[in-house]
Design a protein around this ligand. Structure first.
Ligand SMILES: Cc1cc2nc3c(=O)[nH]c(=O)nc-3n(C[C@H](O)[C@H](O)[C@H](O)COP(=O)(O)O)c2cc1C
Length: 343
């Protein structure tokens, strides 16, 4: 038993050391590969957090073992979601996926501000594209015990006026495999993507998406919830409109929120982590006020400790996603989040 505890401590120390000493993007990739190795050696159980919920949580058509998930962008190519569920996460949002493979913006493109427990990234939807992501999903889903969200976004080269075609093709690809779809119109790192959240563009896009959904429900006899991921940089007025237009077009809920471009660091890109926490928490309160009761609210942004989880749940979040907090703290944050969310 002492040997096992020593091994766990050693591997956890190794992971945190990797995250500190390597450039941020390489560190993330090495850590994910390390996790894969631990999983393939059948040792992942040693790191897993136990599920404390007494019964399943039912939200829309989703049945979850707990309320804590991984936010979009950590498992961009759907290669690790089964491992995150083994660690104890109730849901994982893979992607953001684009139709074709993309390399993303030039490196370096993830910057760590360790003292502030913050990241700034300008990745730009680097991913292996819809065909390979679908293959990965089919490969790992049998080993997955959770709810699978798939985040979809427009390609870098797709013009704003044609973006709806990307989203509709991606719905064709992923509607059946997804437990929910996340429409990403809020990443700051794909030029013009945020133009899609203007009243006129959004109305057009969501009308197309809701018409497509009617066809897909009919074809597959399956109602996959669709959520819109919001930017924290919207004005209150825009946010109100955005929510109204979404609900008019049968959107099932909102993910609040993506990274912000409003930050103090001398680098272009979206900021996440502790320095986003207050802004994301305040925005979530507004979304809760503006949305209809039946719309789902998924909290994302600066969830760094148990009290952040508690605050988001008290302020109407149905589910809570981790990203930067998990990068900095690893499984100890997941454990605390699971405890507080089930109490
Ligand atoms: C390196 C990095 C990559 C991200 N990529 C995506 C992405 O592809 N799609 C997406 O919807 N959000 C993406 N995000 C945003 C996160 O999902 C999350 O909304 C944001 O980081 C705020 O949460 P946090 O403060 O807990 O990290 C990314 C964030 C980071 C740090």
């Amino acid at each position: 038993m002492r040997l096992i505890i020593k091994l766990i401590n050693f591997l956890e120390d190794l992971t945190l050391l990797t995250l500190r000493i390597f450039p941020a993007e390489a560190a993330k990739n090495i850590t994910l590969r390390l996790l894969k190795l631990i999983y393939s050696l059948n040792l992942i159980g040693l790191f897993a957090s136990s599920n404390i919920e007494k019964s399943k949580i039912n939200i829309k058509n989703l049945s979850l073992k707990n309320r804590i998930g991984i936010a979009g962008g950590l498992d961009k190519n759907a290669e690790y979601f089964h491992i995150f569920s083994s660690l104890g996460f109730g849901f994982v949002e893979v992607g953001t996926v684009t139709l074709e493979p993309q390399t993303g913006n030039p490196k370096p493109r993830i910057f760590r501000f360790t003292k502030d427990k913050t990241l700034v990234n300008s990745l730009g939807f680097n991913n292996v594209g819809s065909v390979q992501v679908l293959k990965n999903i089919k490969k790992y889903k049998p080993k997955f015990d959770g709810v699978l969200g798939i985040s979809i976004g427009k390609s870098k080269n797709t013009k704003t006026k044609n973006a709806w075609q990307d989203y509709l093709h991606l719905m064709d690809y992923f509607y059946l495999e997804a437990d929910y779809l996340a429409i990403n119109i809020s990443s700051p790192n794909t030029e013009n993507l945020r133009e899609l959240s203007s009243q006129e563009n959004l109305e057009f896009l969501l009308e197309k998406i809701s018409q497509k959904k009617v066809q897909l429900i009919d074809m597959y006899k399956k109602n996959t919830p669709i959520f819109v991921k919001l930017s924290p940089d919207e004005t209150d007025e825009n946010l109100k409109n955005l929510i109204e237009v979404s609900e008019k077009n049968s959107i099932d809920g909102f993910i609040c929120c993506n990274t912000t471009t409003d930050h103090i660091y001398p680098i272009a890109g979206g900021m996440s982590g502790a320095m986003l926490s207050k802004k994301a928490g305040n925005m979530q309160k507004k979304v809760a006020e503006f949305k209809q009761e039946k719309s789902i609210l998924i909290a994302s942004g600066g969830v760094m400790n148990a009290s952040d989880v508690k605050e988001r749940l008290i302020n109407s979040a149905d589910l809570v996603q981790l990203y930067t907090g998990y990068i900095y703290q690893g499984n100890s944050l997941l454990k605390k989040a699971l405890q507080i969310s089930s109490s």
